[in-house]
Design a protein around this ligand. Structure first.
Ligand SMILES: [Cu+2]
Length: 328
């Protein structure tokens, strides 16, 4: 048992060393920096208290042990000075924690210090994220592209239950509540990919309601936007025509093939540029042919309980897969 535990703990450490930690303790923005600073300060304070209190305890246990032949020690009742000290010090500590926490909350809640913002709408769906670039007229899902060093203003909405938007390295958590308009902003000062996760239990597939924030240079971001603004790939061959008919027929009840159709009532993600993304179904699986085929064959075994329930006619299956893979 103990050996198993040691191996498990060792493996966890080794594996976690492979990737930079997605934790807020590895911040890539001023907001997460504030949170990490507060956490570290409180941790240090707690460590000092722990070492002093436990140190005194252990010292007394050892030094004042009962020894053979000891007489009954001097008996006393109460010590006003000591009691004042151990009441006042914790009160001062708690006041300090309170002040630091309020300062951090204010720093996070403050409007972004810079102009030139990008406006975004994030919509929580069970169990995936819709990202609407309202100013740029594009809708996408599960992978949020933003330019480095630019504050992004985010309006948060939910079409069903309460979710929570959280990118530990970039932002605090903000609840995404039906019929309520919450806002937040985030900014990254590092290029890279940052993992996000729904942070409010929202049902069966809550754990697979993930997403990625892809922070790029302004030039890369502009190129990405230009591609997303293009219409989806149009059918050329007969097979593609058949697939297109299916995609704009049965599938269109829940999916749009028009990147400029910003429509939160669609139950599933916009598919116009599906293969410009690297993951799907709430950032849960790598997007490649094999996984796409498994998904279309049986979505419910890959992500049990999700809202895509459909059987695709066998004769159209291959052409749909091939068509979807052209949607770059
Ligand atoms: Cu959720």
């Amino acid at each position: 048992m103990l050996r198993k535990l040691v191996v498990l703990a060792g493996a966890t450490f080794l594996l976690s060393a492979c990737q930079p930690s997605p934790s807020f303790l590895n911040p890539a923005s001023s907001i997460s920096g504030h949170v990490a600073d507060l956490y570290n300060t409180i941790l240090i304070m707690a460590l000092v208290v722990f070492v002093l209190v436990e140190g005194a305890l252990v010292l007394i246990l050892i030094r004042d042990r009962h020894k053979e032949g000891d007489k009954l020690p001097h008996q006393l009742h109460g010590n006003t000075n000591l009691e004042i000290i151990w009441t006042v010090i914790p009160i001062l500590l708690v006041i300090a924690l309170f002040v630091m926490t309020v300062q951090t909350v204010n720093a996070i809640a403050a409007p972004s210090p810079k102009q030139g913002d990008l406006n975004l709408r994030v919509v929580g769906h069970r169990w995936w994220w819709e990202f609407d670039y309202t100013d740029l007229g594009i809708a996408t899902a599960n992978e949020l592209h933003i330019p480095v060093g630019t504050p992004v203003q985010i309006a948060l909405e939910s079409v069903d239950v309460i979710h929570s938007f959280w990118v530990p390295q970039l932002s605090g958590k903000t609840d995404v509540v039906p019929n309520q308009h919450n806002t937040m902003w985030l900014e990254s000062d590092q290029i890279g990919e940052f993992l996000g996760q729904c942070a409010e239990f929202c049902g069966t597939e809550h754990a697979l309601m993930r997403f990625k924030v892809i922070v790029e240079s302004q030039a890369d971001f502009d190129a990405w936007v230009a591609n997303q603004q293009k219409p989806a790939y149009q059918p050329q061959t007969e097979d593609e025509q058949a697939a297109y008919k299916e995609l704009t027929g049965t599938c269109a009840a829940c999916h749009s093939l028009d990147p400029s159709e910003i429509d939160t009532t669609k139950v599933g993600p916009n598919l116009a540029h599906l293969f410009s993304r690297s993951t799907f179904a709430g950032g849960s699986f790598d997007l490649n042919e094999e996984n796409l085929r498994s998904w279309l064959k049986d979505t419910q075994s890959m992500k049990p309980g999700n809202d895509m329930e459909i059987t695709i006619p066998q004769q159209q299956f291959d052409s749909i897969v091939e068509y979807l893979m052209k949607l770059k």
